[in-house]
Design a protein around this ligand. Structure first.
Ligand SMILES: [Fe+2]
Ligand SMILES: [Fe+2]
Length: 346
């Protein structure tokens, strides 16, 4: 019988290897040449989702994205989503820029107003309702690009059930944060007399069950009155969404930072993606050897390991919402943050 054989292409393999060797160097060029600053005019004052920073738009940031959205008034009646909403295997943080309303997340209602923050747990069904009389704006960041890059992303939408991947598997899968995760696995309590492999496999089976419990205990809403800015070497800041303060997040983290008039933040650089949204004020940001004039509504995609520092101009504080995928990189064991100059205020 004739056997099929694959020819070893030595030259091609050498080429593939050298591509890996050169990658770090060419990646530096991609980071330097990718867009960084998105002016507010590009996106302001229109209904519907408008992507500001997204790898699909040419940004070198590949782990999270940022967009702004405008919700029309009209409460439940103005909603396209009526029951489940949508869900995704990505983490999402929403900052309400104006108005008031509520979110239904995994069948629970959370009331919010401008300045509050909502963190949607992984794969929870959710929808957001504007209860005010005017259109309201919000800014959101998700780890969609990370999950999509890994080939692990699932998005499901009430309006498009033909694309459901998990929810068609029954009522339990519609309610559960992990399809099938709400039921304890049969092997869960068997701990005695197991081989190492049996024990490890059982742990694997019960992971989704425990993760489901953790997500249900997770903090979801942060009220603006509970945001306390505190002095650090980077300047005044508050951790809004972080695994260390009760949110069940593995990839995304959000902080708020403020620079008073005439002052500058600290400078630092780090091995993780950061996307900043200017909430208030105006000033400039120095990113490595370039300077960008910024104002409320602008977004900045800070390239990985680029030094960055904010300066406030004008007479109101420069306030920033900074989303990063630091936790994702920490979980991979790949974070380095280097601090440069201190902030010149406390
Ligand atoms: Fe969502
Ligand atoms: Fe940073």
């Amino acid at each position: 019988m004739e056997q099929a054989s694959v020819k070893l292409d030595v030259a091609r393999n050498q080429e593939l290897y050298m591509e890996l060797v050169r990658f770090g160097q060419t990646e530096q060029v991609r980071r330097r040449e990718s867009p960084v600053h998105v002016k507010r005019e590009v996106q302001a004052g229109k209904p519907g989702a408008r992507f500001m920073v997204d790898p699909r738009l040419g940004f070198n940031n590949r782990t999270h994205r940022l967009w702004v959205n405008q919700l029309p008034p009209g409460g439940e009646e103005g909603q396209a989503w009526k029951t489940l909403g949508h869900r995704h295997t990505v983490e999402a943080v929403i900052y309400w820029l104006s108005g008031y309303g509520y979110s239904i997340i995994d069948r629970k209602r959370y009331d919010w107003k401008a300045g509050d923050v909502v963190c949607v747990p992984m794969f929870a069904w959710h929808r957001h309702v504007n209860s005010s009389d005017d259109s309201l704006d919000y800014v959101a960041s998700t780890t969609g690009p990370l999950s999509m890059g890994l080939g692990q992303a699932v998005y499901e939408d009430e309006l498009y059930p033909q694309f459901w991947v998990h929810a068609q598997q029954g009522e339990d899968a519609v309610r559960a944060l992990t399809p099938g995760g709400s039921a304890a696995p049969a092997t869960h309590d068997e701990t005695a007399g197991l081989t190492q492999a049996q024990r490890l496999y059982n742990e694997q089976l019960s992971y989704a069950y425990h993760e489901e419990l953790n997500r249900r205990k997770s903090k979801v809403l942060l009220k603006s009155e509970d945001i306390k800015l505190e002095a650090t070497n980077m300047g005044r800041m508050a951790y809004l969404v972080d695994a260390r303060i009760g949110f069940n997040v593995k990839a995304l983290a959000t902080v708020m930072a403020e620079v008073p008039p005439g002052k500058h933040s600290g400078s630092h650089r780090h091995l993780y993606d950061e996307i900043d949204f200017v909430l208030q004020g105006r000033g400039k940001v120095i990113i490595d050897d370039k300077t960008y004039e910024v104002e409320a509504g602008d977004a900045l995609a800070i390239p990985v390991f680029a030094w960055h520092q904010y300066f406030c101009a004008g007479d109101e504080p420069l306030r920033l919402l900074c989303h990063s995928t630091r936790p994702a990189m920490e979980n991979l064991g790949l974070v380095l943050t280097q601090h440069g100059e201190n902030a010149n205020y406390a």
